[in-house]
Design a protein around this ligand. Structure first.
Ligand SMILES: [Zn+2]
Length: 358
């Protein structure tokens, strides 16, 4: 009896490849391209499949990587070794997964056509219509609020000060008034931008800031990501294709693909080049306002020390020390008025304190 070949999708391209399996201390998948791919048994999970086929994914592999096994004996052998295979199942079952898979394959083909995914991301990002980008941002925002418990800080005086600061930055940044921004109450010292013009600042970063210019620099950096549409690029690049599919078919809440994708968004580590460009943008915006970019570097240094930790505004970013050095070189005496009065700055610091009087 002939044994049906095992089919392997590496999750990066749409190619289906015949593979040989070796049941060693890890599962070894040899798809004939030299080095075997190794999956830990504990990380292997069952994925949707037609009856008579075992299809599995791996938690540590690209999200769309799949292995298809039709041979019952091989399937039984694998299942017996993978103790966690049915964890999260059947919640992962869903139309979006199947539809996502095929459309993701199509998107991958585009990636291959354009000589590799990063280049494709650069070419595709400008093609994504703005209306779609906004919708993407809306969905990501809902996910963010789910993750952080919808704790938008709403102290009125603080909100006024925050709006004043964002508006002051928005104009020299060349962004229209549709930019939305909010401070979220969470102790994580972070800030990030979402597609469609949304900037979020975490209270944890505000708590560590000593003056408005420090926060202004960080916000200007995030506006730079918006301006350059880096998060769209990142989304396409980071395999957020399944996210796009979920949106296209309206299957949004409860889709594991989406949670994966918004995690990608929130913890997005943009490429170093994108980060350096956002820093340049921030330096430029601060200088146009007659303010120094150096305080931003000082804030990042205070938060992370030399290395730059695992926070999203910091990960993938150039080393904090280098950024501080760069911003110090661009230091200049203030020529423009302070961006906030001392009272407004105090109000902003207390934006997450409800009922406080300033
Ligand atoms: Zn950044």
């Amino acid at each position: 009896m002939a044994i049906d070949p095992v089919i392997y999708f590496d999750g990066m391209s749409s190619r289906r490849r015949a593979a040989a399996l070796v049941f060693a201390d890890m599962l070894e998948i040899d798809a004939g391209d030299g080095a075997a791919t190794r999956w830990a048994y504990a990380d292997i999970r069952r994925a949707d499949s037609p009856s008579g086929t075992l299809r599995v994914s791996c938690l540590t592999a690209p999200p769309l990587a799949r292995l298809e096994i039709r041979d019952a004996a091989v399937a039984a052998e694998l299942t017996s070794r993978c103790l966690g295979i049915d964890e999260n199942y059947p919640s992962r079952r869903g139309v979006a997964t199947i539809v996502g898979w095929s459309v993701a394959a199509a998107v991958s083909i585009i990636g291959v056509v354009f000589f590799g995914v990063p280049l494709a991301a650069d070419r595709l990002a400008p093609l994504v219509p703005e209306s779609f980008e906004r919708r993407l941002g809306d969905v990501a925002e809902r996910q963010v609020k789910l993750l952080f418990g919808d704790k938008v800080c709403s102290n009125p005086a603080g909100q006024q000060a925050f709006a004043k600061l964002v508006n002051a930055l928005r104009e020299p940044a060349g962004l229209d008034p549709s930019v939305q921004s909010a401070v979220l109450s969470t102790p994580i010292p972070n800030a990030f931008a979402l597609p469609g013009g949304k900037v979020f600042l975490f209270d944890g970063l505000l708590a560590k800031a000593q003056n408005p210019d420090e926060i202004a620099g960080v916000l200007a950096h995030e506006l730079g990501h918006l301006k350059h549409r880096d998060n769209m690029r990142g989304l396409i690049y980071n395999g957020g294709t399944s996210f796009l599919i979920g949106l296209l078919f309206g299957d949004i809440t409860g889709s594991s693909a989406l949670i994966f994708a918004s995690r990608t968004l929130v913890t997005a580590s943009h490429s170093r080049e994108a980060e350096a460009n956002a820093d340049s943008f921030a330096i430029n915006v601060m200088q146009r306002l007659g303010r120094s970019p150096k305080p931003m570097g000082e804030l990042l240094f205070r938060v992370t020390g030399k290395e730059g930790g695992g926070l999203s505004i910091l990960s993938g970013h150039p080393l904090t020390e280098d950024r501080l050095a760069r911003m110090s070189r661009e230091d200049q005496p203030a020529k423009g008025p302070p961006l906030l009065t001392p009272e407004e700055w105090q109000a902003l610091k207390l934006i997450c304190v409800t009922g406080s009087k300033v």
